[in-house]
Design a protein around this ligand. Structure first.
Ligand code: 5GP
Length: 190
């Protein structure tokens, strides 16, 4: 059976990845299944355990690492995030396409383990624009804003290593660009 395609969506915090991700997941041509990450970050009010993330304790996360259950993992803003490997292998072997959303460092490990994965990096139109989004979103939590800005700066330095950089001046446009490229790659497999 033909294996499924793995699509990786990356980019700095608050660059608007979530909006693009939702458009990609709704697309009937792409038929993407979302890879749900494990995290030690506390659940936000509008999030659902098992839909947005698997919210786990530090101990459970450490066990996943120890048992080599994660394709990659990272520490971000004081919490751990990791991509469970089994669900991706299962879906891909069934011929299903999978979307993984990670911050920039995670992409390298995914590409090492799955060189055939197609990775996209979402860039803000400018750093000032991104700064505005981060401040709007994280309000008065100065420490969190600074951490996210520093991380965004670092991530944007890695961006040129990505073959597929997409500018998010318009999420619909960015989504269409990604869709075109992914469909082309999927066709090559036929
Ligand atoms: P948030 O706390 O805003 O949901 O996520 C923070 C950052 O962690 C985002 O950039 C998100 O893409 C990234 N992230 C979510 N899950 C994973 C994961 O499993 N691995 C890695 N490396 N990053 C992740």
């Amino acid at each position: 059976m033909k294996k499924g395609t793995v699509v990786v969506l990356s980019g700095a915090s608050s660059v608007g990845k979530a909006e693009i991700r939702d458009l990609l997941l709704k697309d009937d041509d792409l038929k993407l299944f979302y890879s749900i990450s494990e995290t030690t970050r506390p659940k936000k009010e509008d999030e659902v355990d098992g839909r947005d993330y698997y919210f786990v304790s530090h101990e459970a996360f450490a066990n996943s690492v120890k048992n080599k259950e994660l394709l990659e993992y990272t520490e971000f803003n004081g919490y751990y995030y990791g991509t469970p490997k089994a669900q991706i292998d299962y879906l891909v072997n069934l011929g299903k396409n999978v979307l993984i959303e990670v911050e920039a460092q995670g992409v390298g490990s995914i590409k090492l383990n799955m060189p055939e994965a197609i990775a996209f990096y979402v860039m803000p139109t400018s750093f000032e624009e991104l700064e505005k989004h981060i401040i709007d979103r994280y309000g008065d939590d100065e420490a969190s804003i600074q951490r996210r800005l520093n991380k965004a700066k670092m991530d944007m330095e890695i961006a040129p290593l990505f073959r597929n950089v997409v500018y998010n001046d318009d999420p619909e446009k960015a989504y269409q660009q990604i869709k075109t490229k992914v469909l082309k790659e999927m066709e090559k497999k036929d």
